[in-house]
Design a protein around this ligand. Structure first.
Ligand code: MG
Length: 216
């Protein structure tokens, strides 16, 4: 029983810290985007592509990872400010870690902050970060039942990006089923069907990010 009450406290504290992060983002007029998704779904690639397509904006990134700095180093090659955030044993970022990391970025000079969460569809669900937008990206290679198997993350997302649609037939995945499952879970989800490799569907995502930035 104690475990349950401690768990509640942790989530309550996280929610309060997330609220503070949001104040910092809003005060600096930074659009913060939490990017969640499994390993190999295309989180880092999405940030790389969006940085190239959103050149007129000043962009920074946080790269969450259990222990490595592989993604952080990949993103540094884009020439943007990047902070790696190691979570140790934890399989998600939390508002406390993000709150510390953003102190090392000159947010007053930034328009958009991309936050790459740790690679899985389960742990990040309970830990809001204070971001104004939350995206979940899935790849058709995860199987077209991956959406229905992870309903909670789609309840807490604003957008679903289905990636690698160019190889859906080769891996026997129905993109339409993934979209249907997602909208059944959360009818307000914005769904994008894209191929980061081919560039298919990317302009729609770019437009959505621009509009989101205008709305804050
Ligand atoms: Mg990555």
């Amino acid at each position: 029983m104690h475990v349950i009450s401690v768990g509640r406290d942790i989530l309550g504290i996280n929610r309060e810290l997330a609220r503070k992060n949001r104040e910092v983002f809003d005060k600096n007029r930074v659009l913060a985007v939490n990017i969640m998704g499994a390993i190999g779904s295309g989180k880092t690639s999405l940030i790389e592509v969006l940085c190239k397509e959103l050149r007129e904006y000043k962009i920074a990134a946080l790269a969450g990872d259990v222990i490595s700095d592989v993604d952080a180093n990949r993103l540094k090659k884009l020439g943007i400010p990047v902070q790696g955030v190691n979570t140790g044993k934890e399989c998600h970022l939390d508002a406390h870690l993000v709150g510390h990391a953003i102190r090392k970025i000159q947010l007053e000079d930034i328009d958009i902050l991309f936050i790459e969460n740790v690679g899985n569809l389960i742990c990040p669900v309970d830990f809001e970060l204070g971001t104004q937008r939350d995206i979940t990206i899935v790849s058709v290679t995860e199987g077209d039942d991956t959406v229905e198997k992870h309903p909670m993350i789609f309840l807490n997302s604003d957008a679903l990006i289905i990636n690698k649609i160019d190889i859906a037939d080769s891996v026997n995945a129905s993109v339409d089923k993934m979209e249907r499952d997602a909208l059944r879970i959360n009818s307000k989800l914005r769904v994008f069907k894209i191929s980061l490799k081919k560039g298919t569907g990317v302009p729609e995502v770019v437009e959505w990010i621009k509009r989101s930035r205008d709305e804050i």
